[in-house]
Design a protein around this ligand. Sequence first.
Ligand code: ZN
Ligand code: ZN
Length: 323
Amino acid sequence: LEALLISSDPSPRLSYTTNHPEPCAVPGEVVVRVSLAGICATDLEIVRGYMGFLGVPGHEFVGVVETESSPLAGQRVVSEINCPCGTCDMCGRGWGGHCRRRTVLGIAGRDGAFAARLLIPEANCHVVPDEVPDEQAVFTELLAAAVQVIKLEPLERGSRVAVLGAGRLGRLVALVLAQTDCHVDVIVRSERAEAWCAKHGLSAVVVDGRRADPTYDVVVECTGVMKGLERAMQMCRPRGTIILKSTYADPPTIDLAPLVINELRVLGNRCGPFADALALLKAGKIPLDEMVAATFPLRDGVEAFKAAAAPGAMKVLLRPGAP
Ligand SMILES: [Zn+2]
Ligand SMILES: [Zn+2]
């Protein structure tokens, strides 16, 4: 099976192989042939050692169910990434994403989507509406994560919200927030990001290196780098809320005292509702033009990871299909 693989020798290293074992369907799970997959910031962190994951990375994808005994056979699907046990106390609360014994596609204990095929729980699959092409469906997982910003805890009406980072996730978060009654500023570094905001009717605030004024009720940290959290602490008003979307591979090297001094709330915020994301895509509410930087064949995956890691890079997609 063609796949990208993280192995340890002795530090984590990404390589391409055509010899990975084929997945075999087990009860409750289906084999999905991957049509298109996306590299996300978490994948970049995983290759640097985050989560200590070894195996096939990748959790953003769209594919077709191949297992013929499944009612989903032949259907185009996207898949939630957390695979819960169904019996622990967290599962009992309906929080499968926090299952004590969960595996997570391409992140923890289970091979992911940077392969020609992968195995996923049938219950994780969501059928993609015909109106949503693969090139949009591949954004479902990321868009669901953006929707979670307003789902986990509703924002107060009229809140002043800053979205820090106008990258892949930050742009989707901004587009989702723009549909609420909050006042949203997107904090940008590049003229390209500023132009993107203008095109989509979003207010852009250019970072100019000065210390930011602590005026925002809510700051959504989407930069993926620890400096972003430092910046978020500067921008958030006392007793305001930082919604943290980034996962950093390295331990904190920044001064966290402002969290205490300003009595800030930090809310971790991870995976979101696929049904909401697919509904937004189906309704054409999320413009995804300019979101894709490039599409690489899976065999050029190592190069694709380099492209995805470039500063300000938009989404890099991978398409399996080695002859
Ligand atoms: Zn991701
Ligand atoms: Zn569980």
